[in-house]
Structure formats: structure tokens, C-alpha cells
Design a protein around this ligand. Structure first.
Ligand code: PRX
Length: 648
């Protein structure tokens, strides 16, 4: 668990908003929205454009495989692009893109419409993709990324985006599981001035991916890359001769899949979370308004990467659904100078900001003088996401960017929920803010904190976070593994969705999400499973066994550390350590950089051979080791302790 700070349950800040209510009032109104949540969500869904209205708001005949707005038909590309093209927003700026190198590009809704149509045409006519086919998108933060996602959605082609900080093994496993026919990548991506060889990584992955017929390469860096004849094509060559065109959007059923997004669990390979179309867009429509209070004149900026769910929901589908103007930034927020982020706010007069605690902590580290160089007074609403926000980070950002007066919150949700579930709601009813808290569940969503038996915990006590009702935006399933979907989320507490987080509900009804209750590690808010890291570690020829845990880090929240047992004939050395760390970077990606490797002779295991990471974590964090009755060999605990001491 990553939270170590004391929670300021009592502190309340009241922003000057005329929709500010006290928490009892909110709870009462909220109760009415969850009492008949299906009707409540129908009201939200009816604000979208449907080719055909649904016959049934929810099909709950086969729980937990709920289907929302059954019989309804719509298209995500139509809703995010055509609808605005056909309105006064045609010439409104949709995306202001800024490259890490300072180049900029503006796309109006008309530009987006033309590009999405041309790309959809190319995918259909040249790549022969049809509704139900899958593609994988492995691109940096360039405008082509949302364009390909929207073009795929237009055709009913299911896409899976792989974060460009992942490497070849991670990429291959996701391509293979989704059975992608085409991979879209770039000749390189910029990160802190360096070029990441995305095409080279793709080539390695595709060698292991028999379903891939073609690779499309977007030119970004101009780097020389290998092009395999008959398989690989440059995007600009494919698109050049395609004129302005119109591709009729597929009429998708509400419950048709829009995308698959892989996310790490505790055991086994990453889970392909499948999101539907109608429920997902309904949740995004609601939350864009309630949480971000999005308005026509706003300039919205979400600093996430589209490779994660935050970018899918709150860079691509949410803001474009609302016809907003948004900033999309390619690179690192503190590159080339620590104030890059603040200069972007000033330059584009960003009014709604969505960022992460890790980013905020890194800004804090550089000092106030960097923010003070810029006018950030345009920001009127801000939120963070991805991990708990410590009250110090909240207060620093609130003072330095929020000027001590605007709404600021920590939105809790996860890949699986599709959109925000618990949050302060400046665009709906705002309750006083508590620094570090997540606020209360959004309308229509019932959350609770329960004990091991699924009974409600007393206020102020730690328990497990659950969602008690189905909600639009919930997963359809885990791709090709419905049993696992049931087992991971719906079996621990029957009838409730188990989020895997520890939480407290305080005396006033505020939720405080404390961190993962399982072995998922949150590095800079990015979700990493121990399994992928450990599999990469044992690919190093000297490593026999490995265990990974997360330990807290002042900026990144958590970082992974590894304990490894070497194969016979190998001895510990600094050089070997470096090699092992590099293997993980190469296989999983730079994002999965292991902070430290400790060599041990034994790992704490149960008698049935399962590694007890809980025990390792307890030793590493100097906390109570707890029940070790199932431990096979107690000496292993001592080994961990000694290894940590020796290398510290
Ligand atoms: O532990 C919670 C944490 O992030 C997890 C979900 O990670 P992911 O699927 O990558 O989605 C992240 C972005 C939506 C959760 O189980 N988490 C996310 N937001 C918060 C949070 N923890 C505390 N406070 C938050 N605001």
C-alpha cells in the first residue's frame, strides 16, 4: 500500500461556486439518482445522438455481463466528429497539438472530419479491414493517434492502443491476444529530446505475431527504418492519393465493442478490458459535464498519454464528444525546462486541467519559481488522477495554479470502469473539498467500503472499495476470458464489483482511496503488474527466479524493486545487476524500469510454491510481517532482510 501520510479528514475548503452544497444535501440528491439508476442513466444517454433508440436500458439477464441500451445504435466517430462538423462548430478548433520540439498544429472539427474519413477509407479499401476486425496502434502522442482511433471506430474496427513506453514483448503479447491484423506505428517518437525506435520495436514484436498482415508507419522523426516489402507501408504513401471522401459510419449496436485496452493484473498475462460503445459514451458525456464542467469557450488539457485509459476517455472520446477545444502535448511535461507545462497553460489559456499527482510532485520538486514565471490564472477547474494525491501536493498545486480558489479534485476510477466514478463535481453539485480525498461517487454510481465478508465498514475504517450497481461504461468482459472477468472482479464479493483498492469512507461520507490491495504497482500513476516484470526478469539467462514488489518513492508514488535467485554458476555483481535491469527495459519497456535488484538465495514461498510478495513487502517497508503460518521456510525472510541491509 502506497499511502503513508496522515489523512486530514477534518479539513474542508469551500470554493466560491453557486452550486456548492453541503455533503448531506449531496448525499440525499445522490440517493435519488442511484435508487433508480437505470432511469437516471437513460436520461443521460438520451442526450447523445442515436441512429436508433434502445429497446431496453439494461439487459441484466446474465450478470455480471450486463449490457447497456440494448437495441440502440450509434457510432463513436459520428458522435465525436460528424456531429460537430455538421454544426456551428465546423471551424472550431478541436485539437491544438504541440510537439515536444515546439512545433504546433491546429485541427478544426472540419480538419478532423476530413482526416478521419480519409483514414477510414484507406483502412477499408487498402487494408481491407471490416467491422469486427482488430488493429493495434503503437504511436507516440501525435495527431494521427486519435485520428486512427476515430477512423477505426467509424468502421467498427476494434482497436487496441499500446502505450509507446512499452517494448517488444509487451507489444507482442497484446497484438497476439487481440489478433490484430494491422499495426500502426511511427518511424520514431520523441521523448526528452531522444528518439524511441518504435518501428524497430514493432519489427521485433511482429516477428512473434502471426496475425499481423501489414504495418503502417507514420513519419514523425524522419529516422531511417527497415521496411519489409509487401508488409510495411508509409502512412503518407497510403493516404496521398485519397481525396476528400465520406465513409458512412457503421451503425454499431450499443453493446458492440469499441476498443480493447490491456491492463495489468496480479497474475497471468495482461487482461484485455473490452469497452462497449453506448454505455461508455454515456458515462463520458455525464462526467465531462459534471466533473470538468466543460463549456464551449473552454480550452481543456489532459496531460495523460492516450496509451492509457485516461487518454482514451479524457483526451479522445470525452472532450471530442462534447465538441471541446483541447490541447494535446507530445512530450515530457518538464522538458526542456521544468516549466514547460506552465508555459503550455499560459500560451493556450488552458481553463480546464486534468493531470496527475506524480506530475504535481515533480513540479513541486523544481520549486515555485518555475510556475511563477507564468500566468496560469486561466485555469478554472482542475483534477488529478491515477493514484492517491498527498495533501501536500494538493495544497501546493492548489495554491500555485488554483490560486487558492478554484475547484480541484482527485478523480478515482480505473481502466475497467471506463470513466470517472468518484469525484468532486464542480459542474453538478460541488461539496466542500478535502485535500487528498476523492470526494463522493458521481450520480448514478453507488460505491462503498466493505470488510472481508462484504459488509459495510464503519465510517473512518479501512476496507475494500466496491461498486454496488452496474454502470454504463463498465467492461463487457475480459477479451477471450469471460471466466477471468467473473473471477477477478465479481467473485470476492458476490453482486459487487471489486476494484482491488483499499479505501476509507470518512464521517462525512467522503471517500479516500488509499492504494492497491493487491500486487499491482503504480509507477508514476502507470499500472504495472508484477507478472510481466517477473517474466521479463527470468528471461535473463542468469536469473532462475524473481519476485517484484513496489516500494514508495517521493515523486513517482511507487517504484518496482526485484529480488532474484541466480542460476548456478552465476555470482552477484554490479554489472549483472545492470544487465538484468536492462533486460526488463528491453522486454517490457522503459516505463517498467526496475529501481534495484537484490540477490537472494531463497524467496519466501507458501508450501505450494507461491511467492509471498506480501511478506517481502512487509520486510522492505519495515512493517508487520503478519501471518506466516503458510510460509515454507522462515529463513527466506531473513535472507530478504539481509539483502536489503547489505545493499542499502
Ligand atoms: O489504485 C487506483 C488508482 O489507479 C488504479 C487504476 O489504474 P488504471 O487502470 O491504470 O487507471 C488509472 C487512471 C484512471 C486504481 O485501482 N487510482 C486511480 N485514480 C486514483 C487512484 N487512487 C487514488 N486516487 C485516485 N484519484
Amino acid at each position: 500500500m502506497s499511502v503513508t501520510w496522515a489523512l486530514p479528514f477534518e479539513t474542508k475548503i469551500k470554493p466560491k461556486l453557486n452550486n456548492l452544497v453541503d455533503e448531506e444535501t449531496y448525499e440525499k440528491i445522490h440517493e435519488t439518482t442511484v435508487k433508480d439508476y437505470v432511469r437516471f442513466w437513460e436520461g443521460v444517454a438520451s442526450q447523445l445522438y442515436w441512429y436508433k433508440k434502445w429497446d431496453k436500458a439494461i439487459d441484466d439477464s446474465n450478470p455480471p455481463f450486463y449490457k447497456w441500451f440494448v437495441g440502440g445504435e450509434l457510432n463513436a466517430s459520428y458522435l465525436t466528429v460528424d456531429r460537430h462538423y455538421n454544426s456551428w462548430k465546423r471551424n472550431k478548433v478541436a485539437i491544438i497539438w504541440e510537439g515536444e520540439d515546439g512545433t504546433t498544429k491546429e485541427l478544426s472539427y472540419a480538419d478532423l472530419y476530413f482526416e478521419v474519413n480519409r483514414v477510414a477509407y484507406m483502412l477499408r479499401e487498402k487494408m481491407k479491414l471490416r467491422k469486427g476486425d482488430a488493429i493495434a496502434i503503437y504511436l507516440p502522442m501525435i495527431p494521427e493517434l486519435p485520428i486512427f482511433m476515430l477512423a477505426a471506430a467509424r468502421l467498427g474496427v476494434v482497436f487496441t492502443v499500446i502505450f509507446s513506453g512499452f517494448s517488444s514483448d509487451a507489444l507482442a503479447s497484446r497484438i497476439n491476444d487481440s489478433e490484430a491484423k494491422v499495426v500502426i506505428t511511427a518511424d520514431g517518437g520523441y521523448r526528452r529530446g531522444k528518439i524511441i525506435d518504435l518501428k524497430g520495436i514493432t519489427d521485433k514484436a511482429v516477428e512473434k505475431s502471426p496475425t499481423v498482415k501489414n504495418v503502417i508507419v507514420v513519419r514523425r522523426t524522419g529516422s531511417q527504418v527497415n521496411m519489409k516489402e509487401g508488409r510495411d507501408y508509409y502512412f503518407d504513401d497510403l493516404i496521398r492519393d485519397i481525396p476528400q471522401t465520406y465513409v458512412e459510419p457503421e451503425r454499431m449496436k450499443s453493446e458492440d465493442p469499441l476498443y480493447i485496452l490491456y491492463t495489468s493484473g496480479t497474475t497471468g498475462k495482461p487482461k484485455g478490458i473490452v469497452h462497449d460503445t453506448g454505455g461508455y459514451l454515456t458515462l463520458l458525456h455525464g462526467t465531462m459535464n459534471w466533473v470538468f464542467d466543460i463549456r464551449d469557450e473552454d480550452v481543456y488539457w489532459c496531460t495523460a498519454d492516450i496509451g492509457w485509459v485516461t487518454g482514451h476517455s479524457y483526451i479522445v472520446f470525452g472532450p471530442l464528444l462534447e465538441g471541446a477545444t483541447e490541447v494535446m502535448y507530445e512530450g515530457a511535461l518538464d522538458y526542456p525546462q521544468p516549466d514547460r507545462w506552465a508555459s503550455i497553460i499560459e500560451k493556450y489559456k488552458v481553463s480546464v486541467l486534468y493531470t496527475s499527482p506524480t506530475a504535481i510532485r515533480s513540479f513541486m520538486k523544481y520549486g515555485e519559481e518555475w510556475v511563477k514565471k507564468h500566468d496560469t490564472s486561466s485555469v478554472r477547474v482542475m483534477h488529478s488522477v491515477g493514484e492517491p494525491i498527498n495533501p501536500e501536493a494538493f495544497e501546493w498545486f492548489y495554491k500555485n495554479v488554483g490560486n487558492g480558489e478554484i475547484p480541484f479534485g482527485s478523480t478515482w476510477w480505473m481502466t475497467e470502469t471506463g470513466g470517472i466514478m468518484i469525484s468532486n463535481l464542480p459542474g453538478y453539485l460541488m461539496i466542500p473539498m478535502k485535500p487528498g480525498s476523492n470526494g463522493m461517487p458521481i450520480p448514478g454510481v453507488e460505491a462503498d467500503v466493505v470488510d472481508d465478508n462484504g459488509n459495510e465498514k464503519a465510517r473512518g475504517e479501512r476496507g475494500y472499495l466496491v461498486l454496488k450497481n452496474p454502470w454504463p461504461g463498465m467492461p463487457l468482459t475480459i477479451y477471450k476470458d469471460p471466466q477471468r472477468y467473473v473471477q477477478v472482479y465479481w467473485s470476492k464479493f458476490p453482486g459487487m464489483f471489486y476494484a482491488g483498492d483499499y479505501a476509507v469512507k470518512d464521517e462525512d461520507g467522503y471517500f479516500w482511496i488509499l492504494g492497491r490491495a493487491d500486487e499491482v504497482i503504480k509507477v508514476s500513476g502507470h499500472r504495472l503488474g508484477t507478472y510481466e516484470l517477473e517474466s521479463a526478469l527470468i528471461e535473463h539467462p542468469a536469473v532462475a527466479e524473481a519476485a517484484v514488489i513496489g516500494v514508495s518513492d517521493p515523486v513517482k508514488g511507487e517504484v518496482p524493486i526485484a529480488f532474484v535467485i541466480l542460476r548456478q554458476g552465476n555470482s552477484p555483481s554490479e554489472e549483472l545487476k545492470k544487465e538484468i535491469i536492462n533486460t526488463v527495459r528491453e522486454k517490457v519497456g522503459p516505463i517498467a524500469s526496475v529501481n534495484e535488484v537484490y540477490f537472494v538465495g531463497k524467496l519466501p514461498k507458501t508450501r505450494s510454491g507461491k511467492i509471498m510478495r506480501r511478506v517481502i513487502r512487509a520486510v522492505a517497508t519495515n512493517s508487520e510481517v503478519g501471518d506466516v503460518s503458510t510460509l515454507e521456510d522462515e529463513a527466506s525472510v531473513e535472507e530478504i532482510r539481509e539483502a536489503l541491509e547489505e545493499f542499502s
